[in-house]
Write a protein that binds this ligand. Structure first.
Ligand SMILES: [Zn+2]
Ligand SMILES: [Zn+2]
Length: 112
């Protein structure tokens, strides 16, 4: 399990997370105790969310940044490329939606 700290914007692993115990003595290993919560190992913040991997660049991000399995940077890049292709197709048709459809059906035929 990986987490994304919204405090310092760092990805950390569950294993490396700081642990806060119900009793500080338990945290020092002096007595048994319960872990009450995990904190970011870098800044000590408990403000973190689940992390998710971008399927394109394979970097980890906060899961709220991931949409369609992609990080904001990769989404932007793919959107720009799609837009460029659609622009070229628009030379043949004035209709942007039709251009997009033509492109996607072509992609499907080739790769799916
Ligand atoms: Zn942090
Ligand atoms: Zn990415």
């Amino acid at each position: 399990m990986k987490y994304y700290c919204t405090g310092c914007q760092t990805i950390f692993d569950e294993d490396e997370a700081g642990r806060v115990y119900d009793d500080p003595a338990a945290g020092l290993g002096l007595m048994p105790g319960y872990i009450t919560y995990l904190v970011c190992p870098y800044c000590g913040s408990d403000e973190y969310e689940d992390a998710a991997e971008c399927k394109v660049c394979e970097e980890w991000f906060g899961e709220t940044d991931i949409e369609d399995d992609m990080c904001p940077g990769c989404r932007k890049e793919i959107d720009e490329q799609l837009e460029a292709v659609v622009k070229r197709l628009e030379k043949y048709t004035e209709d942007a939606d039709l251009a997009k459809e033509l492109f996607l059906s072509r992609v499907e035929r080739r790769y799916m």
